[in-house]
Design a protein around this ligand. Structure first.
Ligand code: AMP
Length: 249
C-alpha cells in the first residue's frame, strides 16, 4: 500500500514572527523555515506503519518554493521513500493544495493520505477535509491514534471534551493531532542516505491545477501588546484589585 504524506515548509515554530511594516504579511527574509510540526507527526506515523509492515511506500509531497526541497529531504531522512515538489513561488491556498494532492493521490494510486491537521502559518485547518471531499474518501481528522486492520483505518480523534473512535474504509484521509506520536530525529547516516532518494520537481501546470488565489489579504496586524500581570500577596488583595481596579466584581 502506498501512503501520501503532505509536508509544508513554514516559518519555524521557535521564530518570533514579525509583521511587515506595510501590513501586507509577515517578514520572511532571513527567517528560519522548517517542516510544519503536524507534518513531522504525519511523516513519523507513516514511517511507523511501514516499519510495522502495514504499508509499502511513503511518498512525501510539498507545494512551495525551491527551498521546500530541504523540507522534503528532512522527510526522506526520517524514512520516507521518495518525494515530489510541486514548485511555485506563489502562496497556495488550501483548496489549490487539496486539488494538487488529489491529483498526486490519483496518479500514484495511494490508499492512505496522512497530512497535518493544520499548517502553523495560515492556521487554516482546511486541506485535509477538502482533500477527502475531492477524493470522495472518508476522513479521520485530529487523529491521536491510528491502527490499520482488515482494510480499515481505526482512528481515535481528539474532539471537544474527549476522544472519538471511528473506523474508516480505505482509502482514507487522516489528519494528525499533537498526541499521535513524537517524531524522531533523523540520524546522520539517514540524512546522508536521504540525499540519494528520488525527488521529482513538477509544477501545478503539470497537474492542470490553477493555483491563483481566491482570497485577498486586506491587512495583517500583530496582536495588541498586553500589560504585564502582577502578583498579589493574598486573596484579600486579589479581591480588592478585582473590585476597585478591574471593577469586575
Ligand atoms: P492547512 O489546511 O493550510 O492548515 O494545512 C493542513 C495540512 O495540509 C498541513 O499540515 C500540510 O500537511 C498540508 N499542506 C497545506 N499546505 C501545504 C503545502 N503548501 N505543501 C504541502 N502540504 C501542505
Amino acid at each position: 500500500m502506498k501512503v501520501l504524506v503532505a509536508v509544508k515548509r513554514v516559518i519555524d515554530y521557535n521564530v518570533r514572527v514579525r509583521v511587515r511594516a506595510d501590513g501586507s504579511g509577515v517578514e520572511t527574509a532571513n527567517v528560519k523555515f522548517s517542516m510544519n510540526p503536524f507534518d513531522e507527526i504525519a511523516v513519523e506515523e507513516a514511517v511507523r506503519l511501514k516499519e510495522a509492515g502495514a504499508t509499502a511506500e511513503i511518498i512525501v509531497v510539498s507545494i512551495g518554493p525551491a527551498q521546500a526541497q530541504e523540507t522534503l529531504r528532512s522527510a526522506l531522512a526520517m524514512g520516507a521513500d521518495r518525494a515530489i515538489l510541486i514548485q511555485t513561488e506563489d502562496a497556495v491556498e488550501p483548496l489549490a493544495v487539496a486539488k494538487l494532492l488529489t491529483a498526486v493521490a490519483r496518479r500514484e494510486g495511494v490508499e492512505l493520505a496522512i497530512i497535518g491537521k493544520q499548517a502553523i502559518d495560515d492556521d487554516a485547518n482546511q486541506t485535509g477535509q477538502m482533500l477527502a471531499a475531492l477524493l470522495d474518501w472518508p476522513q479521520g481528522t485530529f487523529a491521536s491514534k491510528l491502527v490499520l486492520e482488515d482494510g480499515r483505518a481505526v482512528v481515535t480523534r481528539e474532539i471537544d471534551g474527549g476522544l472519538e473512535t471511528v473506523s474508516l474504509a480505505l482509502p482514507a484521509v487522516i489528519t494528525t493531532d499533537l498526541r499521535l506520536n513524537a517524531p524522531r530525529y533523523a540520524s546522520l547516516p539517514n540524512i546522508m542516505k536521504a540525499k540519494k532518494k528520488p525527488l521529482d520537481i513538477l509544477t501545478p501546470a503539470d497537474f492542470g491545477v490553477d493555483v491563483s488565489p481566491r482570497l485577498v489579504t486586506l491587512k495583517v496586524e500583530a496582536p495588541r501588546q498586553r500589560k504585564a500581570g502582577v502578583k498579589v500577596a493574598d486573596a484579600a488583595q486579589l479581591f480588592d484589585k478585582l473590585k476597585h481596579e478591574a471593577k469586575v466584581i
